[in-house]
Write a protein that binds this ligand. Structure first.
Ligand code: ATP
Ligand code: 9QK
Ligand code: MG
Length: 276
């Protein structure tokens, strides 16, 4: 186990292994803590890049939030440290990498696989919302897989503790709109129910191989399709799955199916044995 107390970590505490992936502000490496032999993912972020993109505050928030979370479907942040030029995040290793890669390789998932991921996401979101944290960036790129193929929500770059109202519209709108709910796309106030919409988008993409409102290179068309909830569900999708998607992709956030009902929905219960 990594010593739990607020230890002052440094690079010399770790043996660095292969690169696991490349992120926006640096690389992520396999690493072993020398003292305990504990294997982690060490995420290296360059201060210059962070400062240039003005995301230091967001990073500190991400670290603060993720550091306090303990849930089997949420990637652990064990600690962090920095030197003159870099910030290092000591993260739980997600041995099976990105869900995104799995989805790209398989094109789409069988319904029982998608149902398991939906159940794990719903449980993680129940925990998060219970702590007044909204993720706001649920999408395959930010979901990792543990050793037993269990889903781990990583990347709290966009999460916030509610009550912090700020228009993140600018930065948000420069990424892809595909996963954003109408209230964010229209720059209106939003709450944790944004994660319910994204869960619906995720389920659709896992079963269909592409997000529902995706348009080749037309941002405006995607925008219009989102606010009109212009949803077309292919015939190969079962009626239970289709029902759940339609109950999550609802324009009015208050009408979206609550997480407890997601977990008890026939699409999930059909495939996933429920917690005792
Ligand atoms: N905990 C981890 N375990 C295994 N692989 C990881 C882990 N964290 C990151 N990776 C790999 O490194 C890549 C880059 O990591 P990540 O996406 O977190 O960086 P980033 O894109 O800079 O962060 P963000 O997505 O928050 O902007 C991921 O796509 C994944 O392949
Ligand atoms: O030089 C610093 O004091 C510094 C510290 C941190 C930092 C330190 C701990 C946690 C965290 F999330 C971020 N981030 C930075 C990003 C850009 C430039 C400088 C810094
Ligand atoms: Mg990333």
């Amino acid at each position: 186990r990594l010593s739990q107390e607020r230890k002052q970590w440094s690079l010399s505490d770790f043996e660095i292994g292969r690169a696991l992936g490349k992120g926006n502000f640096g690389q992520v490496y396999l690493a072993r803590e020398k003292q305990s032999g504990f294997v982690v993912a060490l995420k290296v972020l360059y201060k210059k890049a962070l400062a240039d993109s003005k995301v230091e505050r967001q990073l500190r928030r991400e670290v603060e939030i993720q550091g306090n979370l303990r849930h089997p479907n949420i990637l652990r942040l064990y600690g962090y440290f920095h030197d003159e030029t870099r910030v290092f995040l000591i993260l739980e290793l997600a041995a099976k990498g990105e869900l995104y890669k799995e989805l790209q390789a398989q094109k789409k998932f069988p319904e029982e696989v998608a149902a398991r991921y939906v159940a794990q996401m719903a449980n993680a979101l129940l925990y998060l919302h219970g702590k007044r944290v909204i993720h706001r960036d649920i999408k395959p790129e930010n979901l990792l897989l543990g050793l037993k193929g269990e889903l781990k929500i990583g990347d709290f770059g966009w999460s916030v503790k509610t009550g912090v109202t700020e228009s993140r519209r600018r930065k948000t709108l420069c990424g892809t709109l595909d996963y954003l709910p109408p209230e964010i796309v229209e720059g209106r106030s939003h709450n944790e129910k944004v994660d319910l919409w994204s869960l619906g988008i995720l389920l659709y993409e896992m079963l269909c191989g592409n997000p529902p409102f995706e348009e080749e290179d037309s941002y405006e068309t995607t925008y219009r399709r989102i606010i009109h909830v212009d949803l077309r569900i292919p015939d190969h999708v079962s009626k239970e799955a289709s029902d759940l998607i339609k109950k999550l992709l609802v324009y009015k956030s208050v009408e979206r199916l609550p997480l407890r009902s997601v977990i008890l929905h026939p699409f999930v219960t059909k495939h996933v044995q429920q917690a005792k």
